[in-house]
Write a protein that binds this ligand. Sequence first.
Ligand code: OOG
Ligand code: MG
Length: 266
Amino acid sequence: MSGLSEQELLALAKRVDDAAMKCEEIVKLSATLDDLDWEDAYTIQRLSMQRRFERGEELVGMKMGLTSKAKMKQVNVDSPIYGHLTSSMQRSSGDDLLMSEQIHPRVEPEIAFIVGDKSIKGPITAAQAWDYIDGVCAAIEVIDSRYEKFQFTLPDVVADNASSTKFFLGDVVRKPEEVKDVLGNIGMIMEVDGETKQVGSSAAIYEHPIRSFVALVNMLAELDEELAAGSIVLAGAATAAEFVSAGQHICLKTDALGDVFLNVKE
Ligand code: OOG
Ligand code: MG
């Protein structure tokens, strides 16, 4: 049962969207609303995405968040969540991350799936999921909570589109049959200016990244939604996230999916 009126939900969606657009931090929603529940939070997320679509952004995929123990511990929220990825967030390895477009960005080592030409409606199993996937690559996700001090409750972060802001896809895109056998344990090293900051494995992502993909499809199915053909799906970070600042060179090195890098600029 939803606790908030449609008008209130629309106003909250505007609040998180404005904060993202103006790069201004806001007080977390739960500070003033004690009855913000999970369902309303996803409604706010969808309404804020609607505002982006009305401005011409396109939906390019979905992300899972808080799928690893390291991430849950870092932000003190213990349940996987999802968010929407739009065209304005997509970057390629080697592109710049502009601090002028961010509040307090953090980078995360991730695995991305590219869905083939068929949309997917859950419930599905991992074995079925592979039939729909066309490619797998490494990615650096940049998250940038719109909330002060990067602190929030589960409904707060859901309403804020799971802190999504930018994602950088690697150039090495493997076919499922090329990576299926190793995807459950790919070494991932995150370097800042050549110095190792985080070391992890894709095994930390929901025990296997494909399980994160399946969980996403199944969560969407609960709302009778499907995952669109061609979607990019980020499975979640393998390690805790690292704050970045202008002038830094960030590189994710992986065993089987090549490297992804970005340069942080003013
Ligand atoms: C929430 C988003 C987490 C991940 O990969 O776990 C996330 C946050 O930490 O702000 O993207
Ligand atoms: Mg992430």
